[in-house]
Design a protein around this ligand. Structure first.
Ligand code: NAD
Length: 268
């Protein structure tokens, strides 16, 4: 599989590089980072602490797409619209793992998906793909007087909050309850006052090197159900992203999600 990685020298870019070298059947035909980054011109393998692989970091995605079968983007939200446009015009599928995306990305992804396969996933791990289903199922099964609260923790460098995964979990809970997901009513406990009925609450912890913890609590009268996932190694996101890329490179244009890639056995 011939891959271009965007955000090549970031934590995830390098984790994907290491996972790909372990897998063995991935060739990086491009490694893109932001203009002005000190890593431009460096060998991707060496940046990942491995022997050189002969792919140097550059900054122009469109110029790197000629020979690519798929793009994997774990960079910055400000780059997403441009990356989608470049991939659509070159006819190259794209996996977007970047989080904190602006509201206009969804429309742009729909338009690009007329020309190429597009998969946007705030979390590419097997465990969170399962957790999303469990949360949907719990929200569907439990009465609506169980309050839903989502708590997430990440390392001190993370920029967006609540995490894209926390929002995806909120979306899954909303879909299980058959109510519209409304990011505009996110509650961060900063506004005080009594908990509004039916609201989904989010709380955020930032610090240290936490790779990513998420707990969805269903809080009823006299009992509570907690569904949790803890990531201890970025390799889980990297392997999932590569699996998604392999899947996407053979699909027809359209929108896809991790549930299409990782086929879970029925949990209903
Ligand atoms: P990071 O800050 O370590 O790396 C981001 C990289 O992108 C850096 O090398 C940066 O220079 C580069 N970059 C910035 N602007 C760019 C641009 N315009 N074009 C190309 N490259 C650019 O961050 P990270 O921890 O690797 O995370 C990257 C993104 O992936 C974040 O949005 C994070 O939330 C998300 N993430 C997603 C998952 C998932 O499973 N989907 C898992 C972990 C992290």
């Amino acid at each position: 599989m011939r891959v271009v990685i965007v955000g090549a020298s970031g934590r995830m870019g390098l984790a994907i590089t290491r996972a790909a070298v372990e897998m063995g059947d991935v060739m990086f035909v491009g490694a893109i980072d932001r203009a002005g980054a000190s890593v431009v011109g460096r060998d991707l393998g060496e940046l990942a602490g491995l022997p050189a692989i002969g792919t140097r970091v550059t900054t122009d995605l469109a110029a790197a797409l000629g020979d690519a079968e798929v793009v994997i983007d774990f960079s910055a939200a400000s780059a997403t619209l441009g990356n989608l446009a470049a991939c659509a015009s070159a006819g190259v599928p794209i996996v977007i793992g970047t989080t904190g995306l602006d509201a206009d990305v969804d429309g742009a992804a729909e338009r690009a998906a007329l020309q190429i396969p597009v998969l946007i996933a705030a979390n590419t791990s097997l465990g969170v793909t399962l957790l999303l289903e469990l949360v949907r199922q719990a929200a569907r099964s439990l009465p609506t007087d169980f309050d839903i609260e989502i708590v997430e923790a990440h390392h001190r460098h993370k920029r967006d909050a609540p995490s894209g995964t926390a929002l995806a979990l909120g979306r899954a809970a909303s879909s299980g309850r058959d109510v519209e997901f409304q990011p505009s009513v996110l509650r961060h406990h900063a506004d005080g006052g009594v908990r509004p009925a039916g609201a989904i609450g989010y709380a955020v912890v930032r610090g240290g090197d936490v790779v990513g913890d998420h707990t969805v609590s269903f809080l009823g009268a006299g009992e509570r159900v907690l569904l949790s996932h803890q990531a201890t190694d970025r390799a889980i996101f990297a392997r999932g992203a590569l699996r998604a890329a392999k899947f996407l490179s053979t699909q027809a244009p359209g929108r896809y999600e991790m549930g299409d890639v990782i086929r879970l056995k029925s949990i209903v």
